[in-house]
Design a protein around this ligand. Structure first.
Ligand code: UDP
Ligand code: MG
Length: 304
C-alpha cells in the first residue's frame, strides 16, 4: 500500500496546529490512506514544537523536524520533503487555508498516474487591502521575470516520489519551491481550490518580507534586471550619438552649447544610471557569493 507524506511548514502556529493534526488524520484515516504528517517547525518562538511533540505522543504518524532558527518557508518545505518517506508527498500550509478535501482530490489524481498535481487558487480568500495589493504586484513582477504564471500558483502541491527526488537533487541554496516544481516538468495536472479563511493566528508575511522574497526570487530565476541595464546602456548610447552630432555641428558652425546646465544634467543622468546598474550587478554578485559559500539551506536541531 502506498504512503502519503504531508509536509507542513509551521512557524508560530501553536493556535492551529492541534486542529490541523486532527482534521488531516481523521480525513486520511477515514479514506484508508496510510499517511505521515511531517511538521517542520521553522524556529517558532511559541509552543509549536510542544504541540508537535504532543501530537506525536498521541499519533505515531505525526513526525516533527525542528529548525535551530527561522529559515523561512522555502527551507521548511525542502526539509520536510527530504524527511518524507512516502510514495508521494504533498505540501500544505498549517493554517488549514489549503482545504484538506482538495488534498484528497490530489491524492486521487496521483493514483490516476499524475506525477505533479498543482493546487491553483480559484479565489484568494480574505486578505487585507494592502496585503492584496502587495501580493498582486509581487506576482505580476514574478510572472514577467520568470516566465511562469504565478498569479494563481501556490505552494499547495502533491508530488510523486520521482518528482520529489529530482527536486532534492537540485543543489541551489536559494530554493524556490513554486518555480522549481514547475521547472522539473513530469506528467502534471492542476486542481483548483478555494483558499479558506485562516483557522487561527495571523499571516506570517509582512509586506517587507514579501518584497525581500520577490527580489530574491526574481534574481534567482531571471537575468532580466541585467538586461534592463543593457537596455539603459543602449538608450544612453543612442542619445549620445544624437547629442554628439548636434554638439559638434554647433561647435563647427561657431556657436557652442552654452552654460554648465547641459553638463550638469548629463553627469547626473549618466551617473545615476551607472550607479543603479552597479547596484543590480552587485546584487547578482552577492547572490553568487551566497551560492558559492555552499552553506546548508537549514539546520535541524531536533527531530521526532
Ligand atoms: N511559514 C513558515 N516560515 C515562515 C513563514 C511562514 O514555515 O517564516 C509557514 C506558516 O506556518 C504557514 C505557511 O508557511 O504554514 C503559510 O504562511 P501564512 O499562512 O502566514 O501565509 P499566507 O497564507 O498569509 O500566505
Ligand atoms: Mg496562510
Amino acid at each position: 500500500m502506498s504512503l502519503l507524506s504531508v509536509v507542513i511548514p509551521s512557524f508560530n502556529e501553536e493556535a492551529v496546529l492541534p486542529r490541523t493534526v486532527q482534521v488531516l488524520s481523521e480525513l486520511l484515516k477515514n479514506e484508508n490512506i496510510s499517511y505521515e504528517l511531517i511538521f517542520v517547525d521553522d524556529g517558532s518562538r511559541d509552543a509549536t514544537w510542544e504541540k508537535i511533540l504532543n501530537a506525536h505522543a498521541k499519533d505515531e504518524n505525526v513526525h516533527g523536524v525542528h529548525f535551530s532558527r527561522n529559515f523561512g518557508k522555502e527551507a521548511a518545505i525542502f526539509a520536510g520533503l527530504s524527511a518524507a518517506k512516502g510514495d508521494c508527498a504533498a505540501v500544505m500550509d498549517c493554517d488549514l487555508q489549503h482545504p484538506p478535501a482538495a488534498l484528497l482530490q490530489m491524492y486521487r489524481l496521483w493514483e490516476q498516474g499524475y506525477e505533479v498535481v498543482e493546487g491553483v487558487k480559484r479565489s484568494r480568500g480574505q486578505e487585507s487591502g494592502s496585503h492584496r495589493a502587495a501580493t498582486g504586484i509581487f506576482y505580476r513582477i514574478m510572472s514577467k521575470a520568470t516566465g511562469i504564471d504565478m498569479s494563481r500558483a501556490s505552494d499547495f502541491k502533491l508530488l510523486d516520489r520521482r518528482a520529489v527526488d529530482s527536486l532534492l537533487d537540485m543543489p541551489e541554496h536559494s530554493a524556490f519551491f513554486r518555480a522549481m516544481s514547475f521547472w522539473i516538468g513530469f506528467n502534471r495536472t492542476q486542481l483548483e481550490y478555494d483558499v479558506m479563511e485562516r483557522e487561527a493566528g495571523s499571516s506570517k508575511w509582512s509586506t517587507w518580507s514579501l518584497i525581500r522574497y520577490a527580489l530574491n526570487n526574481i534574481a534567482g530565476y531571471s537575468a532580466m534586471p541585467m538586461q534592463l541595464v543593457t537596455g539603459a546602456g543602449v538608450v544612453v548610447f543612442l542619445l549620445a550619438i544624437v547629442l554628439g552630432i548636434q554638439t559638434l555641428a554647433r561647435y563647427f558652425s561657431g556657436h557652442a552649447v552654452e552654460g554648465f546646465t547641459t553638463v550638469i544634467l548629463l553627469i547626473l543622468m549618466i551617473g545615476s544610471i551607472i550607479m543603479i546598474s552597479l547596484g543590480i550587478t552587485g546584487y547578482y554578485i552577492a547572490r553568487i557569493y551566497e551560492e558559492v559559500k555552499r552553506r546548508p539551506r537549514y539546520i535541524i536541531s531536533r527531530t521526532v
